[in-house]
Design a protein around this ligand. Sequence first.
Ligand SMILES: NC(=O)c1ccc[n+]([C@@H]2O[C@H](COP(=O)([O-])OP(=O)(O)OC[C@H]3O[C@@H](n4cnc5c(N)ncnc54)[C@H](OP(=O)(O)O)[C@@H]3O)[C@@H](O)[C@H]2O)c1
Length: 242
Amino acid sequence: MSTISLKNQRVVIIGGSSGIGLATAKQAVAQGAAVIIAGRSQDKLAKAQQFLGLESTETHSLDNQNEEELKSFFEKIGNFDHLFTPGASYVRGPITSSLEIAHSCFNAKFWPQYNAVKYAIPYINPKGSIVLMSGAFGQRPLADGASYAACNGAIESLGKALAVELAPIRVNVISPGTIHTNFNWVGAEQETRDKSYDEYTNMNILGRVGHADEAAHTTIYLMTNNYTTGSTLFPDGGYILR
Ligand SMILES: NC(=O)c1ccc[n+]([C@@H]2O[C@H](COP(=O)([O-])OP(=O)(O)OC[C@H]3O[C@@H](n4cnc5c(N)ncnc54)[C@H](OP(=O)(O)O)[C@@H]3O)[C@@H](O)[C@H]2O)c1
């Protein structure tokens, strides 16, 4: 059987303390993996560890925008099998936005993933894999996020380039549509949140917002299918086709 199981594999998830990263950690643990999750908040990491199980979960506090922290994170954790890098926090805005907003997607989502791969290479099993996080907005932009769309496009190209450069390590990209998570919603009114999700519901073919475990399932597929590399998959309910 050429599909691999994650049993006894070490899976590193930067941004594994909530949302899609946490859901992926849960599915990896269910397959028998040990997970190493990283994020900025110790509190979120501790809650995630309780949720995933103490024996199968290692936690590390890390700000992935800090290159030195990334470098010493990989030195500390040592050899492992799979890397997933969804950790990001940014805002998007139209082309007339401030420089700070315009740069925030590349600073928070592109460079941290690029640098994570750079410092992870000495420690990744050659039979292992890397899954980068993009977003379907890159393929079907709306009118308020030029740099965010460009950032996702750049991540999808980065995935292809790294698949060529790092083979036999497999490198793939997940590019979800709108998924129920707390991303950019902390402190927001439920009504505002519901209204926004309603708008996205009408923008895809399946007529609903996705769930974190559906995006996680895509990531687990990319980690475990031995013949998939350089691909971008879209768990988006058909968003890019509407
Ligand atoms: N949800 C969606 O609809 C959707 C759609 C398309 C793409 N995505 C992409 O999916 C990724 C994650 O989204 P999510 O929805 O799962 O969000 P989430 O629930 O907010 O999870 C984000 C995770 O990343 C960590 N993180 C944030 N900033 C970090 C930093 N500077 N250094 C290290 N870790 C950091 C967070 O922990 P701390 O806050 O403690 O650091 C948390 O564990 C983002 O890249 C987003 O663009 C999401």
